[in-house]
Design a binder for this molecule. Structure first.
Ligand code: EPZ
Length: 421
């Protein structure tokens, strides 16, 4: 397994291009299942999770072609509405094929994703919503088996805000008979990007981005072209990399519009952040102070502070001036980066879903282990400021969600290299 070796001490400086959003591209790839025609996408990030999803779609009979950030999908020959355990266990977002397959084929057999490092992450809301739309659903031998002559519109209310739950049900509703209303819907920008793509395919959707989404089912969708939105979590991660190293970085191909909660916290920490708009392009310029002030955060559904940025801010608080409290309200086990940061000399106490951090003057490099995607990012951030070298093992987690991270950070002046372990 590969490892990253990160040298501490460099202030990041320069320009970095942000890739397309993993968590928008994944549901949008599944939207191709809803039509017999071709869906052409651009700004698709080159990530392991994207590769896994394309493999999953191909084994169903979807014709996929890919060239750099351009992907085209043709599900005209869809013949195998099955998502096998071997693929689903490596990527939980595979559950996103359940809604589209049930809507398009009238049946689906999708392996239950199982838990993951950050929590049990059940899919009961996805199943409940499809049942309310008339699907007969059984769970046997670890698989969700769905069947229906045709889904019918329904009023759905999810028990909690669920991003992929909202996305799955919105996609299924596009081909249902009648109107579906999803209440308590997720408001994340990735849900809005998916809705934009579906509307360009002929879907009738209103309210995406609010907590009530209306979908009027149609008989079929047609092909379309769609450019995936920029990745706001990659954007936030690179803003944190500039912040923690006291650097000055311009992030291009992205905007701060979807990151107000994160930008506010970085400004509270002492950073200057400016959005730059030019015809056809947007960027963000961040200028960090030599030492950040500690900032407390509480994660919650969009537009509040995103759970996917929690680990990165824990790293920031490990070396900031003062102490901070981090409350993680979305996942039950999303503090695994804390014990690894403590190995670097951080002062962190965990009590349930609350972490108490006292900023240290400095961290010392050590060997640490990545446990999940965003935890890996926090270890890279800490390595950028720790004295000496930090060796980060199991970085396959990182490769799932960050495109060419060592090249991008290296181009900003970071000392970082990948080693075959
Ligand atoms: C999406 O996961 C993202 N993944 C996650 O990003 C992100 O952390 C999460 O939303 C929260 O913003 C993708 O979009 C592919 P949820 P998702 O359903 O949809 C519970 C990353 O780092 N729940 O919004 O799986 C669930 O256990 C990843 O890129 C149920 O109980 O998250 C959690 O506690 C990590 N039953 C809460 O709701 C359900 O049926 C929110 O989960 C569904 C969810």
């Amino acid at each position: 397994m590969d490892r990253l070796v990160v040298g501490g001490g460099a202030r990041l400086n320069g320009e970095v291009a942000i890739s397309g959003a993993k968590n928008a591209a994944l549901p949008i790839l599944c939207a191709a299942l809803l039509t017999r025609e071709t869906l052409e996408l651009t700004n698709v990030p080159e990530l392991n999770d994207i590769g896994t999803m394309l493999k999953l779609l191909e084994q169903m009979g979807v014709r996929v072609s890919r060239e750099e950030d351009r992907v085209s999908l043709d599900a005209g020959g869809l013949h195998n509405p099955v998502a096998p355990y071997e693929l689903v266990k490596t990527m939980r977002a595979s559950i996103l094929v359940l809604g589209p397959l049930t809507a398009r084929c009238g049946e689906a057999r999708v392996s239950l994703p199982g838990g993951c490092a950050i929590g049990a992450r059940p899919v009961d809301q996805h199943i409940r919503g499809l049942q309310a739309m008339g699907a007969e659903i059984g769970v046997e031998h670890g698989y969700v088996q769905a069947r229906t002559p045709r889904l019918r519109g329904a009023r759905l209310f999810t028990d909690m805000v669920t991003v992929t739950g909202t996305e799955n049900l919105m996609m299924a509703a596009c081909l249902a008979q009648g109107e579906t209303i999803i209440e308590n819907a997720a408001r994340e920008p990735e849900v809005v990007d998916l809705a934009r793509c579906l509307v360009s395919m002929g879907a009738r959707i209103s309210g995406a981005g609010t907590d009530v989404i209306h979908i009027h089912g149609v008989d079929r969708l047609h092909g379309a072209r769609h450019r995936v939105m920029p990745d706001r979590i990659e954007t936030g991660t690179f803003l944190c990399a500039a912040a923690i190293t006291g650097g000055r970085v311009r992030l291009t191909g992205t905007s701060s519009g979807y990151l107000d909660a994160v930008v506010d916290k970085l400004m509270d920490a002492g950073c200057e952040i400016h959005s730059e708009k030019a015809p056809g392009s947007e960027s963000i310029l961040i200028q960090a102070p030599s030492r950040l002030k500690a900032v407390s955060i509480r994660t919650a559904p969009y537009p509040a502070f995103p759970t996917d940025m929690q680990a990165q801010f824990m790293a920031i608080n490990c070396v900031a001036e003062g102490s901070a409290v981090i409350r993680e309200t979305i996942f039950e086990n999303r503090f695994m980066h804390a014990v690894e940061l403590i190995r670097l000399g951080a002062e962190i106490q965990i009590d349930g879903n609350t972490a108490f951090i006292i900023g240290a003057e400095r961290l010392q490099g050590a060997t640490v282990m990545a446990t999940d995607l965003r935890a890996s990012a926090s270890l890279v951030l800490a390595g950028l400021v720790a004295e000496g070298e930090t060796h980060i093992e199991r970085i396959y987690h990182l490769d799932r969600g960050y495109e060419r991270i060592e090249q991008k950070l290296g181009a900003l002046g970071a000392q970082i290299r990948r080693e075959q372990a």
